[in-house]
Design a protein around this ligand. Structure first.
Ligand code: NA7
Length: 545
């Protein structure tokens, strides 16, 4: 029968990745009745879906985890400086099991519609499996990068071979003996190419814009290193969250412009960074102006281009791999990316020289008429990032308008990256204009802020209620606060060369999507300071009733 089951909850969490898991735990600890839903059949979010070969976090292992379980920090194993997808997924499953969170997660269930009922002060949430929820609070933990972006290439659906997007990678794909084509060479494509080159019969990278990549420095962890981390964990987290902008575990350089030193010194510092490894380190640790001063940026570009020239033996391949843009996209690192092109079975096609004209039944045709025959096509073409995860969902605020409507004119705006005016009691983890930093500490910052403001509002509601009757609080950001935060995000990113370089970070990777500010570029530590001030000033920018 068409009986709909309605479940009343204090809070509902959408998504069971890094963000949703912690939010669920928080609500549980607050004594709330809470459920989380996820489209996937297990926890993990990003790390559930992105099972492509070579998938790895490029945040060092000791900082790519939760900071709130000190026992776990001391004991949970990690063996390399960076964690691979399988390990991140196993870690998240471990956390969920350890804290018995699984019983409140409903899998294979997607949010289809959420509507604010202003009279009852609840969110009515419909799901793909017919379960309906009535929840006082709605928290979306959808991830920054979950909505796959497929290029619109003629003939794409006529391809008869295997076809995969890296963000929905199935288990058990074999590369052996296959001719493989890959479109996309961002951080995902670089990881895939580096990993599979040795396994495939033949690989062609169909490359639009070449990118800059530096060594990751992936290596085994020495037991003494782990011990040192363990002994200093409190200090490590304090530095990452409250002193650093990127929260990657190093101090960003604050006082050395790249052109303030002579060229030998500069080269020496770049070389040292190259040897240490890490994309964020390379970009931010040695000099203070690589992403704000074009002349400084060009110095970094030249250094990396020299490395490409030295590494790639075939001058024609080297030419195609040479970046032409500024070094101002998400910094990449790898375990031997450029080296792969020295293999005779690995080719690169420059789509600037010869664009793809169509995908045929058995390959990829480029503008000079060549058809590259392939058995498998890999789309490492990224995501409709940040707001793309929201605009596909019908989440409707107090005037019945959706988030998509709300963002139609001004672009994806928010107050503090956590909430949107006219969407009472709804909070986003990593919504638009949240901090641009290492993700787990940014997530923790959001989850803790959301928990704190709800606790404060609940307390207020209890003290305001007549005896015997508890009123339900509503928390909503003001339009002015949202506009001011949007302005602030605009101002702090104005000098950034990232803003002048097309990529998903400013929404310019998807055809038709408007170039817009989607992150707070001021850094995690200043962001957290701002949140503390908001709380201290009586939840400034919010109306709590
Ligand atoms: P990215 O960084 O958005 O990279 C996507 C890649 O796909 C990039 O090389 C694009 O070329 C390429 N692309 C996209 N559309 C096309 C079309 N139509 N034709 C050819 N090539 C195309 O996604 P990733 O998955 O690598 O990384 C996303 C984030 O995940 C990353 O920053 C990490 O934080 C984790 P382009 O460079 O735009 O010319």
């Amino acid at each position: 029968s068409a009986m709909t089951k309605v479940t009343s909850l204090d809070a509902m969490v959408v998504g069971a990745g890094f963000g949703g898991i912690y939010q669920l735990k928080k609500f549980r600890d607050m004594g709330f009745s809470v459920k989380a839903i996820d489209t996937a059949s297990d926890v993990g979010g990003t790390w559930y879906w992105n099972r492509y070969p070579g998938a790895m976090s490029d945040t060092e292992s000791y900082l790519y985890r939760y900071s709130w379980d000190s026992n776990d920090l001391q004991t949970y194993p990690w063996h390399k400086h960076y964690v691979y997808q399988k390990e991140v997924l196993a870690y998240l499953q471990h956390v969920v099991d350890k804290h018995d969170l699984r019983r409140d997660i409903i899998f294979e269930t997607s949010l289809t519609d959420a509507t604010w009922d202003g009279e009852a002060k609840v969110w009515n949430v419909q799901t793909s499996t017919g379960i309906t929820f009535r929840a006082r609070y709605l928290v979306t933990a959808l991830g920054l990068l979950s909505r796959a972006n497929f290029p619109d290439i003629p003939g794409i659906d006529t391809f008869r071979g295997e076809r995969y997007h890296t963000g929905a990678w199935p288990e058990g794909v074999s590369m052996e003996g296959k001719r493989v084509g890959i479109i996309g060479n961002g951080s995902t494509g670089v990881q895939v190419i580096t990993e599979i080159s040795k396994d495939v019969d033949h690989l062609v990278s169909f490359q639009r814009n070449p990118q800059y990549s530096v060594p990751s420095g992936q290596r085994d962890v020495d037991p003494s290193y782990r011990q040192e981390v363990n002994e200093n964990y409190n200090e490590i987290w304090r530095q990452a969250k409250d002193e650093s902008n990127t929260a990657f575990g190093f101090e960003e350089n604050k006082d050395r412009p790249a052109l303030s030193v002579d060229s030998d010194t500069r080269r020496g510092l770049f070389e040292a960074a190259w040897k240490r490894g890490g994309g964020f380190r390379f970009m931010f640790e040695s000099f203070n102006d690589i992403v704000t001063n074009e002349a400084a940026n060009l110095e970094a570009c030249e250094f990396i281009k020299d490395k490409i020239r030295q590494t790639v033996k075939d001058p024609e391949k080297a030419r195609k791999l040479m970046p032409t843009q500024l070094y101002a996209r998400r910094p990449l690192c790898d375990a031997g990316y450029y080296e792969q092109f020295n293999r005779p079975n690995v080719q690169v096609v420059s789509l600037h020289d010869t664009p793809i004209t169509e995908i045929t039944g058995d390959g990829v045709k480029i503008s000079d008429g060549t058809v590259h025959k392939v058995d498998m096509l890999i789309f490492a073409t990224g995501f409709d990032a940040v707001d793309g995860n929201y605009t596909r969902l019908a989440i409707k605020g107090r005037h019945g308008q959706s988030l998509k409507d709300h963002w139609a004119e001004a672009g994806p705006t928010s107050y503090l990256g956590v909430t949107v005016a006219d969407f009472p009691n709804m909070f986003m983890i990593l919504g638009p204009n949240g901090p641009f930093s290492n993700i787990p500490p940014a997530i923790e910052t959001h989850v803790e802020f959301i928990a704190d403001i709800i606790l404060a509002a609940e307390k207020l509601a209890r003290s305001d209620s007549p005896p015997g009757k508890v009123s339900v609080p509503t928390i909503v950001a003001t339009q002015e606060a949202e506009e001011a935060w949007t302005h602030e995000c605009d101002v702090v990113s104005r000098d950034s060369l990232f803003r002048k370089t097309d990529s998903w970070i400013f929404g310019s990777n998807v055809p038709g999507k408007k170039h817009s500010v989607m992150f707070y570029f001021g850094g995690l530590a200043p962001y957290r300071q701002k949140l503390r001030e908001v709380a201290k000033n009586g939840w400034e920018g919010f109306r709590i009733a």
